[in-house]
Each structure stands twice: as C-alpha cells, then as structure tokens.
Design a protein around this ligand. Structure first.
Ligand code: UDP
Length: 365
C-alpha cells in the first residue's frame, strides 16, 4: 500500500514526490513516457542538452522558488532575447526600443511612444473582448500585423478574435533598448540540462516508466491512499462532462553539420504562411560555440486523441466544462489534480513548482 501514487514525472509530480518522500511517505511515480522530466525533459545530443519538447527558460519573481530550484542545479546566465522574423525583416522581442526604431524609424523613447500612441489611440476606448482587440489597444496595427497576428493564429489554430485577451498580456512593451523577454529578476537555464533536476528529485523513489495509470486505474486505486494526478482531468474522469480542448505541438529535431545555424537560441516566425512558429538552436542556451548544432522546428498542431496536450485552451466555453470537472474532483477524496494539465492552466514552470510546494505543505503535515 502506497501513501501516494503520483501520475506524471514532470515538475508537479516530481516535486510532490520529492517532498513526500522526504517526509517519510511511501510513494510510487508512474510515467507514461520512457523518461522522466515531463515536457522539460532535455536529451543530450552531440554534447548539447536539447530541449526535447520545446524551449524551457526558467524565470521567476519568487526568490523562494529560485532558491528551491538552485538546490538541484546550477542555472547559467541565459537571458531570453528572442528574435522575430517577418518575411525578410528581423526584429527584437519583446517590443522595445530596438523594435520601435526599426519599425518606425525613431530613436528616442519619446519618438517611439508618439509613434505607438498614434497607432493605438484609435482603440483606446474599447474594452478588449478578445486577443485581437487587446493587442491593437496595446500596440496598434503595425506591430499587431507584423509580429502578433500570424504567430498567434498559427499557434492557436484559430482567429485572434476567438482568443481570450489575457494571452497577450504576456508580451511587455518597453521603452528602453532592452531585449530581455521577461521582467522577472531571476532567470537562467540549468547548466547540465533539465533532466538532471528530475534525477535528483526522484532519487531513491520508485519510478515506473512506460506505465499508463489509466490502463489499470482500478488496480492502482486499490494500492494507494491517494493519487496525485498531473495528466488531463477530463480523461481521468472518462470525459463524463465532455472533452476539454488542448493545443498540441510537433517537434522536428535536426542535427546539422555546422557550427552556427541562426545565431540565436530562439527565432520566431511571425508570418502565417510559414507553418512553424519558431526554430530553436539549443547550443545558444548554453553559450556553446564549437561542434555541430541541433535545431528544432516547432509546429503547432490541432490536438487529437493520442497526441500530447501542451496548452489548455482557456476560453469561456472550455472553462465552464473545466469548472464541472473541478467541482466533481472536490467530492472525490481519492485524487488531487495539479500541474499545467491537471489544473488546466497556462502555467510557467515556476508557477507549477509553487503549486506543488503549496500542496506539499497542505497535504503532508
Ligand atoms: N506572441 C506573438 N508573437 C511572438 C511571440 C508570442 O504574438 O513572436 C504571442 C502569441 O499570442 C503567443 C503568446 O504571445 O500565444 C505567448 O507566447 P510565448 O512565446 O510567451 O509563449 P510560450 O508558448 O513560450 O509559453
């Protein structure tokens, strides 16, 4: 008999497992894939830690979370400064003085603000009901059309007018020549890749890979006091209230016999006609110069059964369905849901860690 069977060896599951094990609980971790780490998993190819399920850049405002993660790894000084390519134009992200000067031929913050104001003031009285309106209100038409619309519509597979406004609040607007994508004071990439963190978290804990909990749900439920479930909540309950929507991705990894393919870790392709959203060149996350290079094309994809779900689609309709599952789960004292999928939230890694630590504090008295 286990105290906890934890389903999913990503950040939420692995941190809860670590905290429970530390407090003397008997835990078992089940992982469907053939490796630990969830989507943060990195695989070493040609001496490069390849972010196997897309770029993961660790960043947080929370000093406690920063200290926590630093127990398990040394993070390097990488600062996320993605480049956007639109047709044959190249811009810095996030939208900052470098971007404005290229777009509007301006040099000072005052000139840049005037140029942006001129475009966005047209929308100043609208209360944004969707992503398109939110973006126009924040940055005006030129930036929206060159740098946001195409990228967003291919990432989410739907018109920007069908998307909730909050997604775009993740893009800051800055009147300094500063290409740091995030505002958080703590940022970096684990020097030895992410997988090492999970090896440390799960050290001494029974982990079964290639194991699908749902294929033997009743059996596992008899073997544990509680389940910590980090997969999708709708599938756990056999879709009794209908299916939640997710967005999926497809990654095409390529090992190239050259030193430097694109000169930056992340380049976003913001025009709709190019089917991938970004190309990652992993060695630039680690300031590596010599040797071959590994690049990854990231293609957004409609989620169908059997795919990996990457993003929850948090529109009003889906949230109503999710609330039903959440209510149902409240009356089910055998299971606790968490993580990006279990909580149906667009979480960053630090938020998932926080959620897992909060649960550990509450649950493991
Ligand atoms: N976005 C955009 N242009 C870009 C990058 C991002 O319009 O070049 C928008 C887009 O709507 C996207 C959102 O910002 O869905 C969040 O993007 P980010 O890269 O921060 O998200 P991630 O997928 O890395 O969590």
């Amino acid at each position: 008999m286990y105290d906890y069977i934890i389903v999913g060896a990503g950040f939420f599951g692995s941190i809860f497992a670590y905290e429970a094990n530390k407090r003397g609980k008997k835990v078992l971790v089940l992982e469907k894939r053939n490796h630990i780490g969830g989507n943060a998993y990195t695989k070493k190819i040609e001496n490069i830690h390849v972010h196997y399920y897309g770029a993961h850049i660790f960043h947080t405002k929370d000093e406690e979370i920063w200290k926590y993660i630093n127990q398990f790894t040394k993070l390097n000084h990488y600062i996320n400064s993605p480049i956007a390519r639109y047709k044959n134009e190249v811009y810095n992200l996030p939208f900052n003085m470098n971007t404005f000067s290229k777009l509007f031929n301006v040099f000072t913050p005052k000139e840049a603000l005037e140029a942006v104001e001129k475009e966005r003031s047209i929308y100043k009285d609208i209360e944004p009901q969707n992503l398109e309106e939110q973006a126009l209100k924040l940055v005006g038409k030129t930036i929206y059309e060159k740098l946001i619309k195409g990228y967003t519509e291919k990432q989410w597979g739907t018109k920007a007018t069908n998307l909730p406004a909050f997604i775009i609040k993740r893009l800051p607007l800055r009147f300094t020549y500063d290409n740091n994508y995030f505002n958080d004071p703590y940022q970096g990439i684990p020097e030895n890749g992410y997988t090492e963190i999970f090896e440390k978290l799960l050290k001494g804990i029974e982990v079964r890979l290639n194991t699908d909990f749902l294929a033997n749900k009743e059996m596992y439920l008899k073997q544990t006091n509680k389940v910590i479930y980090t997969g999708t909540i709708d599938q756990y309950y056999d879709y009794i209230f209908g299916k939640l929507q997710y967005r999926s991705l497809r990654f095409d990894h390529q090992l190239l016999n050259m030193e430097n393919f694109q000169g930056n870790a992340v380049i976003n392709y913001t025009e709709y006609e190019i089917p991938y959203t970004r190309i990652i060149e992993h060695k630039h996350f680690y300031f590596q110069i010599e040797g071959k290079t590994v690049i990854t094309y990231e293609y957004p994809k409609t989620y169908v059964d059997g795919d990996d779900p990457y993003y929850s689609v948090n529109n009003n309709e889906n949230m109503k369905v999710y609330e039903k599952y959440k209510e149902h789960a409240k009356n089910d004292n055998k299971v606790i849901f968490g993580g990006r999928l279990g909580s149906y939230k667009y979480y960053n890694m630090d938020q998932v860690i926080k959620e897992a630590l909060n649960l550990a504090t509450k649950e493991l008295k």
